[in-house]
Write a protein that binds this ligand. Structure first.
Ligand code: ZN
Length: 69
């Protein structure tokens, strides 16, 4: 009979995404703070992080997947 309604983690909210540049966990970003790369969508906490990513997407896009070639 312990009904805990105070669990805020993943409760109806859109799931957080990771900013590949600074590594922060952020809510899905608005269109102007997103970039497409290799068919994937990347979200950024700020225009600064987006610019950093856009300057060298390959460097950051790989960090998300954990795959080493
Ligand atoms: Zn960031």
């Amino acid at each position: 009979m312990n009904h805990d309604h105070h669990n805020h983690e993943q409760h109806g909210h859109a799931q957080n995404v990771t900013d590949p540049v600074c590594g922060m966990s952020i809510p899905p970003a608005p269109a102007e703070l997103r970039s497409q790369h290799h068919g994937g969508t990347y979200h950024f906490c700020s225009t600064g992080c987006k610019k950093t990513f856009d300057a060298d997407p390959g460097k950051y896009a790989h960090g998300a997947g954990h795959s080493h070639h």
